[in-house]
Design a protein around this ligand. Structure first.
Ligand code: G6P
Length: 366
């Protein structure tokens, strides 16, 4: 009811603004990396596995795509990420030493539960879930679990569940690295420090809301949008496009920026806003030349840049600067402005933000 909403107009907006609290709760009390964070048997299981198979749907699948970058980079363990509804129906080659990781806000998604069962039947006994509901079927079915503490999520478009999943998956990457002897104590402490900084960092990003509202008023008049990201921000671009589609009904697509020339450039005109996730990482120079390609075709760029990146506003290039550069955790921070952009665009278009047409919060049937 209205009382629960407090100063917010919708649950989605409330849930976006709860993310500092949700991340703080999800990471509460963590001062060291240890397998037991994931369950009693985790020590033995993590020693035993040599591969990770991630199964999920929707927004949770994009969290899985981000986790692949982290786990392969930090723990040096190969990761496959599969859409649950596809995995369960295709022939695949099982690796008995895989850790099957399901990611689910609800813990009740039928396709993800079925994919987990399928993996087990193929001979992969080790399973872990990153889940927001401790009493769910998913938690009961998995050998190991990490419970995110996002709290109840009402808005159909997932927000705080996603960023807390990412935090939990980053912890998993660190823990797997430690289990394989690939995490020094200094690295461990540096990463933990960064994790503990997340609530403060996210609060500062949320303060960008007024600037994002100005952009949303322009987006509300568009029928198409393109989202670009590279590396571990490609899944974040996908999530940004999904949010916009789900609640504003604007057609949006995401591409890894290097793929522009292989198709989507044909769509770029002055009527095509191109949202660019531009953290100041090793790919920034490549990304800048991708942005040039868009400008050369008259596309309007809307860039979320980091504090220290030398991307400046110019004709057709709008820039909102995030307060810091966030290193490995950057995907978590870069998600927030995309959530706000989708939210305010939907608000301007007058759609039913918390209950978008044709969608359900939890899909418990196939
Ligand atoms: C539905 C929801 C999405 C969610 C997906 C997976 O489609 O609308 O927000 O990402 O299901 O749900 P899960 O509970 O398994 O994360």
């Amino acid at each position: 009811g209205a009382a629960e909403l407090g100063p917010y107009r919708h649950y989605m907006q409330k849930e976006i603004f709860e993310q500092a609290r949700a991340l703080g709760d999800t990471l509460e009390g963590i001062t060291n990396i240890m397998p037991e964070l994931f369950g009693d048997k985790a020590y033995r299981v993590f020693k035993d596995i040599d591969n990770v198979l991630i199964l999920a749907c929707g927004t949770s699948y994009y969290a899985g795509m981000t986790a692949k970058y982290w786990i392969e980079s930090i723990a040096k363990i190969s990761v496959n990420v599969e859409i649950a509804s596809e995995y369960r129906y295709r022939d695949s080659v099982p690796n008995p030493k895989s850790l099957v990781v399901t990611i689910s806000q609800s813990g009740e998604t039928a396709d993800t539960l079925a994919a987990l069962k399928h993996a087990r039947e193929l001979g992969m006994p080790h399973s872990l879930t990153i889940c927001n509901v401790s009493t769910s079927a998913m938690v009961r079915e998995c050998e190991l679990a990490y419970i995110t503490r996002a709290g109840v999520e009402v808005g159909v478009a997932s927000t705080k569940a996603f960023t807390t999943q990412l935090a939990a998956l980053f912890l998993l990457a660190l823990t797997l690295a430690q289990s394989k002897g690939r995490l020094s104590e200094t690295e461990e402490q540096d990463h933990i420090k960064d994790l503990r900084h997340l609530p403060v960092a996210i609060t500062a990003v949320l303060a960008l809301e007024p600037q994002i509202i100005a952009w949303a008023d322009e987006f509300a008049r568009k029928e198409n949008a393109l989202f670009l990201g590279r590396g571990l921000h490609y899944p974040i671009a996908l999530e940004g496009a999904l949010k916009l589609k789900e609640i504003s009904y604007i057609h949006a697509e995401a591409y890894p920026a290097g793929e522009l020339k292989h198709g989507p450039l044909a769509l770029v005109t002055k009527d095509m806003p191109v949202v660019t996730v531009a953290p100041n990482d090793t790919l920034i120079e490549k990304l800048k030349s991708n942005m040039q390609e868009v400008r050369a075709r008259g596309g309007e760029l809307y860039v979320f840049a980091d504090a220290d990146s030398r991307i400046t506003p110019s004709e057709g290039v709008h820039v909102i600067r995030l307060p810091e550069h966030y290193g490995m955790l950057s995907p978590i921070l870069h998600t927030v402005p995309l959530q706000l952009l989708a939210y305010h665009t939907a608000l301007a278009r007058g759609t039913d933000v918390d209950k978008p047409r044709n969608l359900a919060k939890s899909v418990t049937v196939e």
